[in-house]
Design a binder for this molecule. Structure first.
Ligand code: AMP
Ligand code: ZN
Length: 119
């Protein structure tokens, strides 16, 4: 989709600070970081929401989550098989959750203590 920001980043038309990539998954630093580590993990293929992705290709959703874990390992947020210091994986769906880019993405957030429940 040429009018989709993240599709254009996957295509290389808009610059991305890429930290991890496979044949089907793409991960890059958020331009407005909310934590010391803030990376967005997306499927290269366009799906608007996590619901659309589940319906189309649940295996690809698994690859995206595996990509998030790979980023967390690479960034030192967890160790292999461990869960410390830890990270948060967030996906916003729809206006009430604040989804602003309509290409499904998971936020990997870490490097500081995070509140629960979120605001
Ligand atoms: P959401 O509000 O959950 O849809 O998240 C969209 C995210 O995309 C926000 O955290 C933005 O800061 C981020 N974002 C928007 N444009 C860019 C860009 N050009 N490069 C990297 N991240 C971006
Ligand atoms: Zn897209």
């Amino acid at each position: 989709m040429s009018d989709c920001l993240f599709c254009r980043m996957v295509a290389g038309d808009i610059p991305a600070d890429v930290v991890h990539e496979t044949d089907r998954v793409f991960a890059f630093r958020d331009i407005n970081p909310q934590a010391p580590t803030h990376v967005l993990v997306i499927p290269k293929e366009h799906h608007a929401t996590v619901g659309a992705l589940v319906a189309a290709d649940v295996g690809l959703l698994g690859e995206v989550v595996a990509g998030a874990q790979a980023v967390a390992l690479q960034e030192g947020l967890v160790t292999d098989g461990g869960a410390e210091p830890g990270y948060r994986l967030v996906t916003n769906t729809g206006p009430q959750a604040g989804q602003s880019v309509h290409h499904v993405h998971f936020h990997v957030l870490g490097g500081r203590r995070m509140e629960w429940p979120p605001g």
